[in-house]
Ligand binder design. Structure first.
Ligand code: NCD
Length: 308
């Protein structure tokens, strides 16, 4: 098994127990350094290109924060409107240009497969910052680190995913990542937003225990982690269907209190519908702690893709 971390991270399928262990250890070190205000300036003289052709708040700003904390500098694009992509330039050509400016590229794009086109154009370190309804590997590393920190382990946990299982790139990437652990997975969604067939095939082929369900009320009692992701409006062609499904799951204080004592509630955010703000007061609400973890995780991640 190759413990070297991939230089170009497109999918969590590229990760294995060895490089995940490396990642967890490095993140813990980055977190400690942040606490002591002693982050090493290993990215001094380096430039990150943060190319966000799809909306982003957390991913772009936390990658930028992470890179600044390590002493690096950023060039960035937020939205495709201001770039030559708008004029019809391909991703391939765009990356061929940007690789001359930057030492590492992070890209978010609405199209599934866009990262593949990008890495065809460059050997430079690259991180997929989310490709449409495809994957979001750096978010799932934040999620993994959060579960590890909150529960002290990942194996033997039952993790329930609630909401838009079909289009959530965060749920897809975390699913692939959890192949490396002994967890039980429960996908709770309306039938229209169930897990895509090819990912279920992956689960079966890799002998991962999973089930599909519709009602959170009946499933919550078995969960150690409830991972909520909003119904993804921008992925629907039919707005009537979106309107019908958008309020499928409302997470209330009363509901969370019916769960196990050690249950944690996670959400990659933004929350739109889903978790009510009243839940924020509960110790189970881990989503803002998840946000906090995003900086040391992305510090570790840029270091790993750039320096192995
Ligand atoms: C997620 C994303 O962009 O996929 N957000 C994030 O990166 N924290 C989740 C979402 O948009 O619902």
């Amino acid at each position: 098994m190759n413990s070297a971390f991939p230089r170009q991270l497109v999918s969590t399928k590229q990760l294995n127990p060895k490089n995940i262990q490396l990642f967890l250890e490095k993140t813990a070190k980055m977190e400690q350094a942040l606490l002591e205000n002693k982050s090493s300036q290993i990215m001094q003289g380096k430039i990150m290109a943060a190319l966000f052709y799809e909306p982003s708040t957390r991913t772009r700003l936390s990658f930028e924060t992470a890179f600044h904390k390590l002493g690096g500098k950023i060039i960035s694009v937020a939205g495709s409107g201001s770039t030559s992509i708008k004029k019809g330039e391909t991703i391939y050509d765009t990356i061929k240009v940007i690789e001359n400016y930057a030492d590492i590229i992070v890209m978010r794009h609405a199209q599934i497969g866009a990262p593949g086109e990008a890495i065809n154009a460059t050997q430079k370190p690259f991180i997929n910052g989310g490709d449409g309804a495809g994957e979001h590997p750096s978010q799932s590393l934040i999620d993994l680190y959060t579960i590890y920190k909150e529960h002290g382990k990942i194996d033997e946990l039952t993790i329930g995913f609630v909401g838009d299982v079909k289009y959530s790139r965060c749920i897809h990437s975390l699913t692939y990542l959890l192949k490396n652990f002994k967890t039980k997975l429960v996908y709770i969604s309306p039938k229209e937003l169930a897990m895509p067939h090819e990912i279920k095939k992956f689960l079966t082929e890799n002998k991962i225990t999973f089930k599909e369900a519709r009602q959170i009320e009946t499933e919550i009692k078995n969960l150690d982690v409830m991972y909520v992701n909003r119904i993804q409006k921008e992925r629907f062609d039919d707005m009537e269907q979106y309107k019908k499904l958008k309020h499928s799951y409302i997470i209330t204080t009363k509901l969370v209190k019916t769960g196990k004592k050690n249950l944690i509630v996670m959400d990659p955010l933004p929350r739109v519908g889903g978790i009510l703000t009243e839940v924020d007061q509960l110790p189970q609400a881990a989503y803002f702690r998840q946000v906090k973890n995003s900086v040391p995780v992305r510090m570790a991640l840029v270091d790993l893709v750039m320096n192995g």
